[in-house]
Each structure stands twice: as C-alpha cells, then as structure tokens.
Ligand binder design. Structure first.
Ligand SMILES: NC(=O)c1ccc[n+]([C@@H]2O[C@H](COP(=O)([O-])OP(=O)(O)OC[C@H]3O[C@@H](n4cnc5c(N)ncnc54)[C@H](O)[C@@H]3O)[C@@H](O)[C@H]2O)c1
Length: 408
C-alpha cells in the first residue's frame, strides 16, 4: 500500500510521520520547496510536543520520502489550506482543487482521494467531482472520493492523532474499510463510516459548536465586566448545575479552525445561520473589548502612553507557535487600522518577527512595560509569574494565581 499525502503543514506532516512510523509507505508532497528542504535537513517546521520523537521514528522506519509533486499511489490524502472569501464568507476551495488537479494527472485506476482539509457540505460534489469528470474519469471506478476530516488540537497533536475518533466519509463501504486499515496504522480511536456530505457537515458543526459556546462565555464576560461581577466565579458556580457546562471566556478566538469554520456554514446557508453569525461577531469583537479595558486601566493608573503597555502572547493558544488569526494579531490590526503603530508585544514561542513592535527578549519586554496584558496562557508566563509582581497585570486568561491582577 502506497500513500501520497499532499500538503505537509500542521496536519499533513504529523499524519505522514505517524503513518510512516506505523509501517505505511508514504510520500509527503508540498509545493513549498523551502519547507521540504528544512524537513530533508532533519529539522521540523513547527514546534509541537512529541513531534521530534515522531519525526525520528518516521526517519528510522525508512518509509518516508518527500517530493514537490504528486506521485503514483493507492491512496491520496489532501491536507491543504481551506481559507474563506472575506466578503462572501464562502470557502475558497482553490487549494483543494489545485491539489486534486495534480493528483489526477498521476493517480492509477482505482485510487482513493481522501480530503482531510476542512470543507463545508457539498464541497466534494461541487469543487472536486468536476475535476475528475473533466479528466474523463468515472467516480467509484477510476477514482474513489472520500472525506476524512481531522480534529486534532495543536499542543496535543501527536496524542490526539493516535486517540481521537475519526469520521470516514465515503461512497462505498469497501473504500471506507480500506481507509480504516491505513488510519489504523497509528490511530486507536473509533472510526465511523458515513457518507461524504455527512462527514463534511460534522466537521464544521464540531468547530461551530465550540465557537458558539465560547461566544456565550464571552458575552457573559462583557455583562459581568459592565456590572462589576467576576465572570469566572459566575461560570464556576453555574457549572455546578448538573446540566450546565459553560466554557471559559477569553480575549478572542483565533487559529485556523474555530474562527474560520463557522464562516463556511454562514457562507453556504446565510439566511439560516443568525445564531452562528452572531456568535462570530461576539468573538471577533473581543480584541476590541480588551482594548477598551486596557484604555480604562491606563487612565485609572495614570499611564498616558501605549508604549508602556506590553501584550504578552502572539499565538492563538497556549504553548504552540501558531499565530494564525490570533486575538493579539487581531487587536494589533485593529489599532493599526486606527493608525496606532508599533504595539509592543512578546511571545516566547514565536522566534521570528510577525509584527512591528514585537520584542524578542523577555527581560527587555518586562523592563519597558508598566502594564502587561496577558493574551495567551503559555506555561512560560506561569513559570515567570513572580517577575510580574511589580507590574500592573491584566490577565485576560486568568492564568496567574499568586499575584494581584485585573481580570477580563
Ligand atoms: N491546523 C489545525 O490545527 C487543523 C486542525 C484540523 C483541521 N485542519 C484543516 O486541515 C487543513 C490543512 O491545515 P494546515 O493547518 O495543515 O495548513 P498549513 O497551511 O499548515 O499546510 C498546508 C500545506 O499545504 C501546502 N500546499 C498548498 N497547496 C498545495 C498543493 N497544491 N500541492 C502541495 N502542497 C500544497 C502548503 O504549502 C502548506 O505547506 C485545513 O483545511 C485546515 O482547516 C487544521
């Protein structure tokens, strides 16, 4: 069995390494030659717990090769980006279509194309099937289609790859069983075979569920802040009700999944998604809410210059180096749109410059910040809590326990 994984990013790479380590013959394909060079030189392209060990197992197995083009294989796994159009909110399926276009040029008769990228219901039918047909190939005979969405969380990817339940969307059971045999090389979770459209829907539903529930917590945070209540205390007590489970509020929702996937449903079903749409607006407004609080805290403490405020954390969640759509970058963008530049920020996980005003050294960051705004609960800041004792601290994540802080 030969598998070609197309897209060696946050999803494709750990999947390729896991399969190779699990005994499957893998070619990892990516258009980004610099990324392939880095991997060939034995260096990983992002930081993630357990990845160095997994990389070593994959290398030792001799099952992994890398290529900048697609190769002949029995199964193709597509793990390329799926952004959305900012105006229509519909999915931009051009990367998926591009990858499938490349695959059909080399795929042998009977090959399976399994898309792992997140796509809304109907995408395989609307954006992938025509490419197969255009080539004169018959679905279910020359090429089998499948959608196998991924649900791993950065920060715990390797564990979740091995243990999460998987959804296998296929046209026919036999194709599903073949895919299960491949995913079983590294995954111990429950595997559910369903049809493709249901698989597409479940993935976007899962992330939309999270977004809507986070929005509820964020809305409560705003109400509590207005009227002097401690939202965390309110949620803690409310969650003692046996059927209530409110999530944690925060400074916004980022990343490439939860803040993006609800738009796919809104884009496809605009008139049927008022709740999802409102939730997106609530979460997108959180960075501005944080800024309003920062401004009030500056006034309260006689700080007149934003250069004395430092934003800690540039990633969208703790202990990862992924900054995509992060609340801090949203906040900085908001300020820049209002012609406020050079916002001081620092992130121990981000070792390259992602924004002007980013300080690369923690000591330097601390020495010039009178007010520190904690945007991300990295372990690093918890370990350095004592060093913030003489600072004003606005802890939007409520992650510091032993010093006095302002809360969301
Ligand atoms: N990152 C996550 O935590 C996560 C979790 C679940 C699902 N997903 C979904 O998985 C998909 C991939 O996300 P990601 O975070 O891995 O993206 P990524 O940007 O990290 O990686 C995508 C890779 O695909 C490559 N690529 C693009 N077009 C190509 C082509 N035609 N041929 C070969 N390579 C190509 C890019 O160069 C890039 O390296 C998205 O649909 C995303 O929504 C991501």
């Amino acid at each position: 069995m030969k598998v070609n994984i197309v897209g060696m990013g946050y999803i494709g790479l750990p999947t390729a390494l896991s399969m190779a380590a699990g005994g499957i013959n893998i070619t990892g394909t990516d258009k980004n030659k610099a990324l392939l060079d880095t991997l060939r030189a034995g260096r990983l392209t992002f930081k993630e717990k357990g990845m160095p060990e997994l990389f070593k197992s994959a290398q030792d197995s001799g099952n992994l090769s890398l290529s900048d083009c697609c190769v002949e294989a029995d199964i193709y796994i597509v793990a390329v980006p799926t952004p959305y159009h900012k105006i229509s909110k519909k999915i931009d399926a051009s990367y998926v279509a591009g990858a499938v276009n490349d695959i059909v040029k080399v795929a042998p008769k009977g090959a399976i194309i399994a898309v792992e990228s997140t796509i809304p219901p109907g995408t395989m039918e609307r954006d992938v099937l025509p490419i197969i047909k255009e080539k004169g190939l018959v679905r279910g005979v020359d090429i089998h289609l499948a959608h196998v969405p991924e649900r791993i969380i950065p920060g715990n990817m390797v564990y979740e790859l091995q243990h999460n339940a998987r959804t296998i969307g296929v046209d026919d059971e036999a194709v599903g069983e073949k895919l299960i045999s491949v995913y079983r090389s590294f995954n111990k979770g429950t595997m559910t075979i369903t049809d493709i459209k249901t698989a597409e829907m479940t993935k976007v539903v899962e992330n939309t569920y999270r977004d809507v529930n986070i929005a509820f917590a964020n809305e409560l945070a705003r109400i509590c802040a207005r009227d002097g209540m401690d939202v965390r205390e309110v949620i803690k007590i409310a969650n003692m009700h046996p059927r209530v489970n409110i999530l944690s509020p925060g400074p916004g929702v980022g990343g490439h999944c939860i803040s993006v996937d609800p738009w796919f449903l809104i884009g496809e079903y605009p008139e049927m998604t008022p709740l999802i749409s409102s939730a997106r607006k609530v979460n997108d407004a959180m960075p501005s809410f944080v800024l309003e609080r920062v401004s009030a805290l500056m006034k309260e403490n006689g700080i007149t210059d934003l250069s004395q405020v430092g934003f800690y954390g540039l990633t969208y969640k703790e202990n990862v180096d992924d900054t995509r759509e992060s609340p801090t970058l949203q906040l900085i963008e908001h300020l820049e749109n209002n012609l406020v530049f050079n916002i001081r920020s620092y992130d121990p996980m981000v070792t390259h410059k992602v924004t002007d005003g980013q300080v690369m050294d923690f000591d330097e960051f601390l020495s010039s910040s009178r007010l520190v705004v904690i945007m991300v609960a990295h372990d690093h800041i918890k370990e350095n809590e004592k060093r913030l004792e003489d600072k004003l601290v606005y802890d939007t994540r409520s992650c510091l326990k032993n010093i006095k802080t302002y809360q969301l």
